[in-house]
Design a protein. Sequence first.
Length: 138
Amino acid sequence: MKFGEKLREARIARGLSQKELAKRTGIAVRTIINYESNARMPKKQDSYARLAEVLDVDVDSLKDDNADFIIKASEKYGSRAKRQAEKIIRDVQAIYAGGELEERDMDAMMKALQDAYWAAKEINRKYVPKKYREEEGE
């Protein structure tokens, strides 16, 4: 089940409207609507935490399997990295859709791709102008 579906289900189970959820979490109503329609996902861990607290659910129960990877990419390297991470996931999901790999092999492949992604990001970091690296806390 995707994040938006999980969020909507939890919100309805608590008897909250989208407007009430927005007010209690401090997240805009339009954003809640986008979350529930799977048009957007939270950009930060804090958003998941606020939603989980108000909905009285475990934060991990709201997240998609790859949410942490995408959030980490976004927080560490920005929106471009977020898009790249999402593309990697879509591409890998397309490969998996054929159903020819065993579950264990699919997990190993995804882990290897994520590791390669982070390694490439660190290598490419040296090409980022110093003034931008200093803003990131280096």
